[in-house]
Write a protein that binds this ligand. Sequence first.
Ligand SMILES: [Zn+2]
Length: 135
Amino acid sequence: MNDIEKQVLKIDQVPATEDLLYEASANGQYISGIVEVEPSDLIDHDYEGFLDLVSERLVGGDLLMDITYEVVGWNPETKAVKYQVTGDPSSTYEVNVSTVECQICHREAPASSAHLHGDGQVCVLCWDDRLKSSE
Ligand SMILES: [Zn+2]
């Protein structure tokens, strides 16, 4: 139970930010958050379309893999069903986001949160590690 929870990064706001997608991908975590789907959207889609839709709302693109979902409530105003959606984000952010290669970990990191360092770029995760270790 605890092992599984550690492998999932829960987010409060959807869609996930680039940095959260990057963090989850870098750590090999799945990402999980609550998305709402209105009745008209449910009716308009086949099953693949539904998965694309919840992926789009959770991570801002339709490339979330290995998706699972649970109904966790509904919105009385819009009649939308609330789903807790969980999936593998590792192929999601790189196609939507401009990236740079981190000179420390050599991962493709979001350019928007990378830090210039010398002649290269350092990703937000390595930058945080560096700051922590220099204290
Ligand atoms: Zn890095």
